[in-house]
Design a protein around this ligand. Structure first.
Ligand code: FPP
Ligand code: K
Ligand code: ZN
Length: 535
């Protein structure tokens, strides 16, 4: 039987290569597609591999309009299909048609990226803190011990810190929210008191206050753009360093009556970033992008228990629809935005949204069982709740296939990549592995004590969060403690539902769904600063 449909460019190529004919075509082709005589997909797959048709065949529905976009999409599928179908001679497939994680080569590549880089990397000089985070995070997920980097990291971080607060991309560079986030996470990853001590928390707090805007958001650097990265990075930094929430009088957002703190209006800022598509844009009225969806959810999950905050500020059903549309077949990976291509890094930016959404759906807080909140926004959100997510909201198998088949560098270079044909790099190594980690694990959020819930709700309604343990040396007579969402108790298990298509030795370490580093690293750093509520 021959497939019917429009002519696909890759089939012509396949004919020229004269590959052996394919097995019978999929039964799911749309019955009313045009009847065009054409060649069938080649298949050189090793016999006996168990790979669902979804990942080895062309999509059943296809828009006949040919555009630049549809052409690059076709080219991408053409590159991925042989790798996904068990046809690559360079890959060693297991019985599910999935190759192993090439740990050793990735580890070697990542250690190299932490050393001196070739001259062309001068263009990435301002991103040095990012390289630290990407490599240390990826190595950690691969099970490597990164504590030997403690001393050198502390020294490097010191050289990047400004007296006016925050970290720049290097010595004498302006502090930036992104580089500061990357340094703080790197310090957390290597751990150790002397490492934590590097951070000048008081200067950091002042600097964050200077970036806080009256509309609730944060600038990414002094005088720079305000966007949702700023809000997410600020929330992570405040939470990990347990910074006080009250505003310095110099802040643009300071009102003088204590009605506004570092977190005031952040949720509303995030709300304004949800677009007509259901996804999240970098700033209000821009295009939805997966990287910003993660920033939005991570930020909300720190503001409060995600079972409340995500429902309060976002249209969850529309966000889920948009996130789900990011996963493509046959590739299995995620795209970052509508009509664009799959890319390994979205395994984290988009894939990492699902644990947070699942926690929000499965939560009994703030609507599904907990006493109804006084806050009308929460009450309204509760009324449109979806049923709990007892199944995965994304195709974990597809993502794992894309990562292991398509995102591993196949040469001795090692490292992970955007897609076949691209070079591996530290950024993609980190976020592809983060996505793999999300797909291999299941996170559940333990419910807070009812008393704590009520207290937090009250605190939130007042725009304040009551300090749990008032400590010596706090900033003022009415100190505000760190973000309540930071106290949420997350528990992780290997994801065990359904078929495990990867070898057990290919499981990477779990990372905290909000901070994207191991939970132990989060705990250790927050524990260290718990004893230092002031400066
Ligand atoms: C488009 O790139 C990418 C963006 C619009 C946003 C990128 C932002 C991040 C990856 C991270 C932000 C988060 C933090 C915490 C700093 P593109 O056009 O090259 O890619 P595309 O075609 O896949 O959209
Ligand atoms: K991209
Ligand atoms: Zn990418």
């Amino acid at each position: 039987m021959r497939q019917k449909g429009v002519a696909f460019p890759w089939r012509k190529m396949a004919t020229q290569q004269r590959r052996p004919p394919a097995p019978p075509s999929p039964a799911h082709l749309s019955p009313d597609s045009e009847t065009v005589d054409e060649e069938i997909i080649p298949n050189r797959r090793q016999p006996g591999l168990m790979i669902p048709d979804l990942f080895t065949q062309l999509p059943p529905v296809r828009d006949v309009l040919v555009t630049e976009t549809s052409q690059v999409q076709d080219e991408t599928v053409e590159l991925c299909l042989p790798l996904l179908s068990g046809e690559s001679e360079e890959l060693q497939y297991n019985e599910h048609g999935v190759p192993p994680l090439d740990r050793e080569r990735h580890v070697k590549f990542l250690h190299q990226c932490l050393g001196q880089l070739p001259g062309r990397f001068v263009a990435a000089d301002a991103s040095r803190p990012w390289f630290l985070y990407w490599c240390l995070s990826a190595l950690t997920m691969l099970g490597e011990d990164v504590t030997p980097y403690r001393q050198s990291l502390a020294a490097t971080a010191r050289s990047m810190q400004n007296d006016t607060g925050g970290f720049g991309g290097g010595g004498r560079q302006l502090s930036h929210m992104a580089t500061t986030y990357a340094v703080v996470l790197s310090l957390a990853l290597v751990g150790g008191d002397e490492t934590y001590e590097v951070v000048d928390r008081k200067a950091m707090w002042r600097w964050l206050c200077s970036l806080k805007q009256p509309d609730g958001g944060f600038q990414v650097c002094l005088g720079g753009e305000e966007d949702i990265r700023g809000a997410y990075c600020a929330a992570v930094i405040i939470s990990l360093l347990r910074l006080p929430l009250e505003l310095a009088p110099e802040s643009l957002a300071y009102t003088g009556d204590g009605s506004v703190n570092l977190l005031t209006g952040v949720g509303d800022y995030v709300r304004r970033c949800q677009t007509f598509e259901g996804g999240i844009s970098g700033q209000p009225n821009a295009e939805a992008h997966g990287a910003y969806a993660f920033c939005a959810l991570g930020c909300l999950a720190l503001l409060d228990h995600p079972g409340r905050s995500i429902w309060s500020y976002l249209d969850v059903p529309r966000l889920i629809a948009w996130l789900s549309s990011r996963q493509y077949a046959p590739e299995g990976g995620f795209s970052g935005r509508t009509n664009k291509l799959v890319d390994g890094c979205y395994s984290h930016w988009v894939g990492g949204c699902f644990p947070l959404i699942e926690a929000c759906l499965n939560s009994t807080s703030g609507g599904c069982g907990a006493p109804a909140a006084d806050d009308p926004a929460i009450a309204a959100a509760s009324s449109k709740r979806l049923p709990p997510a007892d199944e995965s909201l994304f195709n974990r198998e597809g993502l794992i296939r894309y990562i292991l088949c398509c995102c591993q560098d196949q040469t001795k270079r090692g490292g992970l990549r955007d897609k076949p044909g691209k070079m591996s790099d530290a950024y993609h190594s980190c976020y592809v592995l983060s996505g793999l980690s999300s797909a291999q694990h299941q996170w559940v959020l333990d419910e807070p004590e009812p008393e704590a819930t009520q207290q937090q709700l009250k605190g939130q309604a007042e725009g304040l969060v009551p300090e749990k343990t008032a400590g010596e040396g706090t900033l003022s007579s009415s100190p505000l403690s760190s973000l309540p969402g930071g106290e949420a108790v997350w528990a992780v298990l290997p994801y065990l539902d359904g078929l495990r298509i990867f070898d057990n030795t290919d499981r990477v370490r779990p990372i905290h769904p909000v901070y994207a580093i191991p939970q132990q690293s989060v705990r250790a750093m927050r524990e260290y600063f718990r004893a230092r509520p002031g400066f």
